[in-house]
Design a protein around this ligand. Structure first.
Ligand code: ATP
Ligand code: MN
Length: 480
């Protein structure tokens, strides 16, 4: 006898072998069938048994949500919709689930709203939707590591606690062991962080980029893939306070190379799930189809989920300079009719999500890479162009998501970087180690940051970022 997962049983396709499987009861049907799910695949395994001849005490313990151990023959199914089923010879209830309690949870087999599922985040991975999303999330992270591994990158673990706040001023979570009720004070009455655990102020990282740069300038090609934290109080469907970021950084690579890398990388990982996760994708596609029907016609997506994913891997991303984009936006219908919340009047304006989505969804109708942004709306470390007005930045915009990637060629000239930091009041003492990079064998280098959950949103068609991470952290919400 072999203990198998449901996925293994289905893919082995073998019949008439005695098998054992453990999982949870998903639903009952016609006094003869149990749908058993163990999370290995979307499809439940049909277990056939005769309830009428079963021991009453056992039957009572056998309810929706219960954990069970099933033994029996794996045979070709008589019914429609499934290939194989188990003719059960023995069933053991490993853990009961009180029907009274189950009826108040998302485990009762019927359609629930995503909001209701969020309230029971500890149970939602048992639903079809979250099972599918989480298997895809796992598969995508594997594809990401595989892509970098196959392309000669080293996986670098950037620190999570950081002593510099140059990048995230105002948006960082403080890390401290001081007593909030009675902190040590300096003579002037401020909190004395020299008495804190690290002897200085420390925070949770908002990005591993600066540290990744130092490793790229030693190992050549590196990437980080870890949690990042932002205390931005933007309660949107695309922002989390804790999210996972992928940040490749490459020595001797310019902005063109950076765009090529990002595009090839995104196509590759999306191609991976199309090849390996079709069952879950098709389920989510149908779910989305139902959801779309509830929207007004003009807000519905013109493409099905898998069509959209295939479209991304088959078409070149449109590369457009910021300056060209501003021209397009300025002359666009919504701008002229004052339909944007933020009017685009002149060069230099920061683009809002509504503008990004107009460019991607209405104008170009494909993923767009915007590059060469005005220096004063982008970070200090981005390479200044010869025009001295723009920097070698690039953002990748995806339909339905807006910004999915933000990257740049980094300023490699020591003097230019120092001037930039001085202009922004970033003290050199704080980033002396980062400046050192420019003093010891400096070179052109580039990289980007991809928000992992934004990618998972795109890949699964989920509209709210809270529904693609196991335990979302957002303002006023860190339950579980
Ligand atoms: P946005 O304008 O959408 O807030 P950003 O400009 O702050 O993004 P970057 O600092 O460039 O973003 O971060 C790189 C990537 O990380 C973004 O392209 C996005 O995919 C992702 N990202 C940024 N902030 C968040 C967040 N709060 N939650 C989830 N993903 C995020
Ligand atoms: Mn942001």
């Amino acid at each position: 006898m072999i203990l198998s997962t449901v996925a293994e049983l289905f893919s082995s396709g073998k019949k008439h072998t005695v098998v054992e499987v453990k999982g949870w009861v998903k639903s009952f049907r016609a006094n003869r069938f149990i749908a058993l799910n163990d999370g290995s695949t979307l499809k439940p395994l049909q277990c056939v048994l005769d309830f009428e001849t079963m021991d009453a005490a056992l039957l009572k313990r056998l309810s929706v949500g219960a954990a069970v151990h099933v033994k029996g023959d794996l045979v070709e199914s008589q019914g429609k919709g499934q290939t194989l089923e188990i003719q059960v010879s023995e069933i053991v209830v490993l853990g009961e689930a009180d029907p009274e309690l189950v009826s108040k949870t998302i485990l009762q087999p019927k359609r629930h709203s995503l909001e209701f599922l969020r309230e029971q985040a500890h149970l939602r991975p048992r639903t079809n939707t979250f099972g599918a999303v989480m298997r895809l999330r796992s598969s995508l992270s594997f594809a990401i590591h595989q892509y970098f591994h196959q392309n000669g990158f080293n996986y670098m673990h950037a620190p999570i606690i950081t002593g510099s706040d140059a990048e995230g001023a105002g948006e960082m979570f403080r890390v401290t062991t001081l007593d909030p009720k009675n902190p040590p004070l300096t003579e002037s009455g401020a909190v004395d962080y020299s008495k804190d655990f690290f002897g200085k102020e420390t925070n949770l990282t908002v990005s591993g980029q600066l540290e990744a740069e130092t490793y790229a300038m030693a190992l050549g090609k590196v990437y980080t893939f870890g949690p990042t934290f932002r205390a931005e109080n933007s309660n949107t469907s695309r922002h989390l306070a804790e999210f996972w970021m992928i940040e490749p950084e490459v020595a001797f690579m310019d902005l063109e190379g950076n765009m090529d890398l990002a595009e090839d990388f995104l196509k590759s990982v999306i191609g991976y799930i199309l090849e390996h996760n079709s069952e879950d994708l098709i389920f989510l596609e149908e779910r989305l189809e139902q959801e779309e029907k509830t929207k007004p016609q003009n807000e519905r997506s013109p493409m099905r989920l898998t069509e959209k994913l295939n479209f991304v891997i088959e078409n070149n991303f449109k590369r457009v300079s910021y300056t060209e984009a501003i021209d397009i936006l300025r002359n666009s219908k919504p701008n002229k009719k004052k339909k944007f919340n933020f009017q685009i009047d002149e060069w230099g304006a920061d683009l809002q999500s509504e503008h990004e989505r107009f460019l991607v969804e209405k104008h170009f109708k494909c993923p767009v890479i915007l590059f060469d942004y005005p220096a004063n709306i982008k970070a200090f470390y981005m390479r200044l162009n010869e025009d001295e007005k723009t920097v070698r930045a690039m953002d990748i915009l995806f339909p339905g998501i807006g910004e999915i990637v933000g990257g740049s060629q980094r300023e490699e000239r020591l003097e230019v970087l120092k001037e930039k930091m001085a202009a922004l009041d970033i003290p050199e003492e704080e980033l002396w180690w980062y400046l050192d990079l420019r003093a010891f064998g400096t070179a052109v280098h580039s990289g980007f940051g991809l928000g992992f959950e934004r990618l998972v949103m795109f890949a699964t068609g989920m509209n709210n970022i809270r529904d693609v991470i196991p335990y979302p952290r957002t303002p006023q919400n860190a339950d579980f």
